[in-house]
Each structure stands twice: as structure tokens, then as C-alpha cells.
Design a protein around this ligand. Sequence first.
Ligand code: FUL
Length: 683
Amino acid sequence: MKKYVLPLFALGLSFCAEKAAPPEPILPIPNERQIAWQELQFYGFVHFNMNTFSDREWGFGDEKPDQFNPTALDARQWARIAKEAGMKGLIITAKHHDGFVLWPSKYTEHSVKNSPWREGKGDLIQEFVDACREYGLKVGIYYSPWDRNHPDYGKPEYITYMRNQLTELLTNYGEIYEVWFDGANGGTGWYGGANEERKVDKFNYYDWPTTHELVRKLQPNAMMFSDAGPDVRWVGNEDGFAYETTWSNLMRDSVYAGMPDFDKWATGQENGTHWVPAESDVSIRPGWYYHTYEDHKVKTLPDLMEIYYNSIGRNSSLLINFPVDTRGLIHEKDEEAILKMAAKVKEDFAVNLAKDASFEASVDRGKGYTADLLNDDDFNSYWTTPDGQLQASVEVDFGKTVSFNRLLIQEFVNLGQRVKAFSLEKEVNGSWEKIAEGTTIGYKRILRFADTEAQKIRINFLDGKGIPVISEIGVYSAPALLFPPKITRTPEGKVTIQAAESELEVFFTTDGSAPKVGQNAYSDAFELLQPATVQAIAVDSKTGKTSDPARVDFDLAKANWKVISSDSLAIRAVDERANSYWTSKTNDLTIDLGQEVELKGFTYLPMQARYPSGYIADYALEVSGDGKSWKRVAQGEFSNIKNSPIEQIIKMDPIKARFVRLKALRTVDGNAATFGEFGVITR
Ligand code: FUL
């Protein structure tokens, strides 16, 4: 607070003054359940179920309970890691799209009760709940409405089945904080042996209002998640990123789970009728389920920090997934990654430079709503302006010059989300210079910008749905992160390793061993035609800091490949550039590998451009020795490719081939097939 020498009578007056009337809320506002939930911010997902053992992302429904057999399952390990990472709860996949259930449900045989795990006497939901309670974590349940195992899926009987199972889950395991209804539903499946496609009317089939009522009755405090809420909504991507403009308001009556074009709604709407805040979900690896071949694709610290700032820093909660492995444990690498992230978040927000600064507003609403409440660490106290005063600014004087690169703002959203535009300025020789700006704030907004120095800053509230009502303002100086270098290879086989900044040194290996400081320094691009693993670290010799290692598993270089097509652009499918792609009018890609190879699989990267089209959903791979007679050697589905367009890795029995052809049997949207990048696996 600014220190004034006040005449005694003025002090007396200000002590007697009544607290001013609070501002009117602007609807919609969060209810009590949502207010309690919004404080959680960060919690975890556990994807562990049949897919863990079938090595899939989406099971077809024809898997057998005896495949489910973790060797060292320990839910306490999951809870310990989540707790150490600062998560407030965990959500488990009680039933995924393949229909297998992790508890001994009365209503199905497709359950742990018929698996070898704990000799069929286990109840994984119970073990999970016990572990979470021991570590003080809240318990959440993921339940897939789509069920590719159940014979009745698509018929009214299935809805009764679903409600019976939800009743078991929401009655027998104590307090549940979030019930997660996945939006993916309807399509091909085993369905009790029918092996067919079942389309459902996503708006009407589930009769959601009745199911919601049931959940409310059994668990009045549970938040219900789906693409469209009712309590918390999907952020519209599986990257863990909310948007520059993110409203918690949503036209809830016109959105529903699994609707087409959901992306349009993902940012929320300024004039949304209901309070449905966003939740950003993302896996710590490319896939949601565990695959050994992703052991070296665990997100790096810079990846995870990007996710943190783009979710929690953009008015969203963050749900990070652990793909628990076949032992039944969170993999060591995933543990290491999440704990590094937790430590970095702590480091970035270790000192609030505004804690002892003085705050002065251009205007305030009077006693009880003054600017000194902006750094009192109490979300429930706030600064606001008189009615009608939409524009205002707050000056922060640090008392001395400080260096900073983060601004954290919280809006008191319990009275509705308001701010539409704000900016941050610093004082330079008596005039104001803009540093950063933003649109929405919401529960929490964090702006990042380059290191800058000032004694005084000013936050300007420029536009809003009503007067600004602000709980907290914090200023931080986050230490710089050392990014792992980028490893790339041209189709001709030239490998380049590039550090994020030129003054960093790079050390690398190509023999599978870990790179070490001082050994094998990188200077120039080198040739690598055969399959090999390249790993590299960046080192800052001034500070002695070392980055996480970067790693790329290269297969055969594409130097002698020929794409067989009359379209000259087809080369883009094998140009080793993730951002280029080719649209195939014939829905296939044919390649002459230039030599006979022993093929052990292939990779397909869907196009990565902003507006996706023609992702392959169902594929076939054919091979040939002469380019004339062909043999189909693999066929299947790229599960979840629509929401998670990551590189698809398909392994198969070894086969000799000189020519390969990847065919799209179906694309996600029915458009001509697109190819971001195609590769072969020969090792
Ligand atoms: C998606 C599912 O299809 C994925 O398999 C995963 O469970 C993810 C969290 O939601 O819609």
C-alpha cells in the first residue's frame, strides 16, 4: 500500500466509512461445486486398462479378460507420484471404448473378475481409491459411453447397462470429484460378435439429462465432464492447450458430446448462457495408453512447461495423463518428467516480486475494494471500480528496479467472467511503454514475455463485459529454460543437430549411448543412411547447465526412394518435413524403395497443418517385389487419429519388399487421403 501521511481526521473518517456495496454479478457465474473445483487447477489421468495389454489406443471390443495381467501393479506408486507432482486428484479409465471394466461389475463378464490379475478377486477401482485417499488426492472416474464390446450398444438396453454401472461406481467407492464422459462414440466394433458399424444419434441416444440426474443424485459434489459439460468442458484438442481467448461461458444448450465441429465451441463464448469452464487434457507421451515404442517420446520439460502456461495460464484446468505400463506402474521416465515439471513450476513462481510492492489504482469502488487487496494472496478479496467504470488501471511500484518476465492475474470469476482486453506497461523515463497484452483473464491468466526491467508497471483494463473485478496480481521472474537441441535428417541422409541458441555447445551420440558433456561435440551435418538412434544435449558453458537429451530413432534414409505418382507434389509425403503434406486423389501412396528391404512395419504421420483434412482412419499396407503383383500384409484402424493426430507406428511380421503401398480404406472426414510423412521400419 502507498504510504501517505494522513491528517488525523481523515484517518478517523476512513475507519468509520462503511464498506461499499459489492458489484452486481454478471451471469453466468460458477456454482459452489464449480468454485470448489476451480481451485484444483492441476490433476492427473491414469489410462490403464485392456489397451495396455493389447498395445492399442482403442480396443475393438473382442479382447479377452485373460489378457489383462499386470505383473507388479501398485496404485500407491501412481498416487505418490501425482501427489509429489502437485496434482490434486487422479481420474482413472474405469471403462474405455473396448468395454473392459476395472471393477467386478455385476453387469458384465468383461471385467477384472475374469482376469488372471489377483486371481480374479481384484478390484482395481478400490485399490485406486484407497491409494488416492492415503495420499490426500481426490478421486475421479472416466467412463466411456461408447462400448465396442457390449452386444446391446446402440439399443436402449445399453443405456440401462451404462446407468447400472455408473450406479456401482458412484455408490461403492466414496466421494468422487469428477465423472469424465468421453466424447468419442459410435462406429465399428465387435459388439458381442456382431462385428459391425453402429451409428448412434449422439444428441438423443444417451438421454443425457436422465444420466446427469442420476450422477447428481449419487454424487452431488461431482463435476461432470464431457465435450460440452454440463459442469466442465473439453478444450477441443488433446495437446493440453487452451486459447488466447478462453471464456468459461458456453451456449450449453446447443452443444453436446461428440458433435461435429466442436472446435468452434472450444474457446467458450463471451455471451455463453452457462458456466462451463475448460479443462485441457494431454498425455505425457504421444499416446494415451502405454507402448514401449514411446519410452523415448516422453514430453520434455520445455514441452510440459509450454502446456502448463497454455492451460493453467489461460483460464483452464490441466489434466496430464500417465499411460501406466504393463507392470501396472508409472514408467520411470514419466515420473522423472512430471517431477521436473513440478520443480520448474515452483522455481518459476518462487518469488512474487509484487508481494511487497505498493499498488495504486486509477479508481476504486471504496472501502473493501481497494488496490492493496491485489497482492494479499486471498482470492476472495478483490479490487473493483464504481459501476459503469469499465476502464481503469493499476500501478505497481516495486520501490526499486526489478527484472521480470511473467504477469499473473486472477479475475474474481465468482461474480462472472468480464475482462476482454488488458495490457501491461512499464515506466521508462516518465512515460509508459507496452510490454504485453491479453484478451480474457478468467480464473487465472499468465502472460509470458522477454526479461524486462522496471521500477513501476501499470496494468490497464481496457474492455470488458462489465467493470473489472480482480482478485490477485503477481509478477515473477522465471529462470530461462535450456531447450534440447533439434535433430533432423534430410531424405538424402544428412543429419543436422541444432541448439536453440547459437552460443550453446552440442554433444551427441549415434550408438544408442547417452550423450555426455565434452564427448563428441557436434560441428557440422553428417551422413546417416542406415537405421540408427541419434541423441544430443545442449550445454551452456557459462552456467554449466545441460538440457534434457533429444533423441530420434532414424530408420533407412529415403535417398533412393521414388514416389510412383503422376502428381509431382507426391514427394511431399516422404520429404522428412513434418509440416508439408500431399493430398492423394487415388487415396494411396506407392513407393519404390530402390532396393529390397526386410520390412517390419511402417509409420504414418497425418498432415500437421492447421485445418486437417483426409486423415487416414482405416488403412491397408501392400507390398510387392516387382511393382506389379501386390500382397496385402497389414490392415487396421488408426485409433483416435482425429483428436490426436500423432505419428502412427504399425509393427508387423517381417516381410521382404521392394515396393510398398499405403492405402486409405477410409478417411476421418471422407475427403481425399492426405499424407504428412510416410516411413518404413526395418529394425
Ligand atoms: C479420447 C479417447 O478416444 C482417447 O482414447 C482418450 O481416452 C482421450 C482422453 O479421450 O476421446
